[in-house]
Write a protein that binds this ligand. Sequence first.
Ligand code: PMP
Length: 384
Amino acid sequence: MRYNRGMVYLDYAATAPMLDEVREAMYEAEQRYFANASALHTPGHLAMNEIEKARGLLAELIGAEPEEIIFTSGASEANNTVIRTFEGCEIETSPLEHHSIIETAERYRGEALPKLYSYMLANNETGEILDLPEIDRSEFSGSPLFEVVTDWGKPLVTDRRKAYLHSDLTQALGKISLNVKELGLDYATFSAHKIGGPIGVGALYVRKNVPFKPLIIGGNQEGKRRGGTYNTVGIIGFGAALEKLKQERTWEKYDTEVRALRDELAKRILTEVAGSSLNTDLTPGKSLPNILNVSFVAAEGESIQLYLDAEGIVVSTGSACASGDTKPSHVLMAKTGDAEVAHSSVRFSFGLDSTAADVEKVMSVLPRVINLLQNISTVKMEDK
Ligand code: PMP
């Protein structure tokens, strides 16, 4: 079922509407898999079986082993967990990272080795696909980080390197095909609500034998790596969304159908809306196929968003995750260095439910809205 109740929803990169399959799986799970999944009794086992199915699915989709997956409350927690593991160590991030990386790294970075590199594969605001850095993987020991031992008294970290690589794959999952081993990743982050699963569930891939410190301590769950009673219903919902990804090979649909819609909207905006410029490189391989970020001279992003909203068109500005924040987007500032461009940007993000009629509707409203805003702007047209 399409979410659409008369609205054109183009904010999938913030949160995708929940898939019917997910809603049904969660409804059933609430009735059948209500028991504590860590319990030894039968309902506990049944719940745990479902969690393990979801874990296996994510592992299969990203080329990992099931034991390398830890369920979390979302991508923010997963990002915090990786950064906190490297507390006191050198941490390098791309300037385009989500705030859950940037702010955590600012607070916890130090000078010690090993060094953590955190580079997202695809950016949430512009859709840009980044090159992951080449890191120094030469052997190294002598860090207190490597002294952490498991319950069984064995050293936890057997792969001792000078540097490790994390990537936030939150936006990439389902949109392009992914393999954590081929990408050379030690850690990777995912979130269910970007793929039609529930909000409040995510996952962290942690390659075997690399440093890891739990963020939430005080429970045996997730192999002692994340305390707290399992969110069985949420994880089952994540699993249902992953199943759909796998069955439909969604990254292929994004590459064809969704890309065509996104590119059509870009082309029409450039020809029909005065003072528009793209912040997304449409060249295949350079950006996710579902995100389009555009700036409009002398029109403020927030105003555009509100005017479009009044017409039933839902888009976002800057980082939707930081809405309410009137600072220009740190991503566009890093890319363009131009506060005007950053302030005047709007993100259109598509999903598998998007249609040509959505593009049509945007184009029946957007030129008028931009024209109106440009006319009331204090920026003179010749400066625009
Ligand atoms: N990383 C990226 C790249 C994101 O786009 C988001 C969501 N805006 C997050 C992390 C945070 O995800 P969550 O809501 O699951 O914490």
